[in-house]
Design a protein around this ligand. Structure first.
Ligand SMILES: Nc1ncnc2c1ncn2[C@@H]1O[C@H](COP(=O)(O)OP(=O)(O)O)[C@@H](O)[C@H]1O
Ligand SMILES: [Mg+2]
Length: 297
């Protein structure tokens, strides 16, 4: 498909996503869906997803993580897991979704998506129905679904973001990260009508510095964009994070008193306390539901 055709398709599909009337009446998932995204790569998204997921599960939440970095997904490597199968095996009919789910630390469930998701558009109606039924069974009992997106502003990143209920933008104090986060929110707002963002500042020296980063972004956004940005907290720079990555462990599990672990724990508490963002219909809105919708209906 030509690049232009593909982006037109993305825009028209996204419009359908945002048109609440196109939501199938049976879509009543109560799982809270949060995407973790950034624009710039290497800002700590995957570490945040893994540690936040772990901290949320410590608070008694049933957490599912979707590795949606379709090209360079490395959540499994970070967690020291070696999934044998991924989404493409489900699509080929070789495995069911529950057979490809793997368990991470703290009983978190991980759905290794890999490139399989890219093939969703090619499915027959029968395959789509089968897949949706399986997804319903899997997602329904979960409290929270965290989506680890890829870097950049590709159509896949946009899809995952606009279909999550909450978009958490990760930024660091580096100017390049700040400008990329701004660019991401700008595109999401102007092209995809996403207007609410949560901001998490990672790799910061202090909470004071994190707040300054937030205000810096907020001032520019208030001036040029019609969006709201909510500060959700920060994760301090902690050299133990890298040490844990090297041994493929989650810092919140093996060193719960470290600077970063404490930040993850308080972030998880804050998320549990804040009510999820609800669309007027009150139902959970999710990528596959729309991607899998039969366009001929
Ligand atoms: N709070 C932190 N303190 C120290 N190092 C961190 C922190 N967060 C992330 N890192 C390091 O930053 C690098 C990139 O993290 P990663 O989660 O892979 O980013 P992304 O998913 O955004 O590409 C990793 O080497 C990780 O160890
Ligand atoms: Mg990553």
């Amino acid at each position: 498909m030509k690049r232009e055709d593909r982006s037109n398709k993305v825009i028209s599909l996204t419009k359908r996503i945002l048109d609440r009337k196109s939501i199938p009446s049976h879509s009543k998932w109560n799982t809270r869906v949060i995407s973790i995204t950034s624009g710039k790569g290497g800002v700590g998204k995957t570490n945040i997803v893994a540690n936040l997921g772990f901290s949320l599960s410590r608070l008694g939440k049933k957490v599912l993580i979707l590795d949606a970095d379709l090209g360079l997904g490395n959540l499994d490597v970070l967690l020291g897991l070696t999934p044998e199968y991924n989404f493409s095996h489900v699509i080929m009919g070789l495995k069911t979704i529950s057979e490809i789910i793997i368990e991470g630390p703290g009983n978190m469930k991980i759905l290794p998506a890999s490139s399989g998701i890219q093939e969703l558009t090619e499915l027959t109606k029968e395959q789509k129905v089968r897949l949706l039924t399986q997804l319903d069974l899997l997602i329904n009992p979960m409290d929270i679904l965290l989506i680890d997106t890829a870097a950049g502003i590709s159509s896949n990143v946009m899809y995952f973001n606009v279909t999550a209920q909450e978009i958490m933008v990760v930024v660091t104090p580096e100017p390049t990260s700040i400008t990329d986060a701004y660019a991401l929110m700008k595109v999401l707002s102007l092209k995809y009508s996403a207007n609410h963002f949560k901001l998490l500042v990672n790799l910061t020296a202090s909470t004071q510095e994190a707040r300054e980063v937030f205000w810096q972004l907020r001032r520019v956004a208030d001036r040029f964009l019609d969006i709201s940005i909510e500060y959700v907290g920060c994760v301090l720079f902690d050299e133990n994070v890298t040490k844990c990555v090297k041994v493929q462990k989650v810092i919140s599990e093996i060193d719960p008193d470290s600077r970063a672990s404490r930040c993850f724990a308080s972030l998880a508490k804050k998320i549990c306390k804040s009510p999820p963002f609800h669309y007027p219909e009150g139902d959970t809105n999710f990528f596959w539901k729309y991607l899998l919708e039969d366009k001929s209906d």
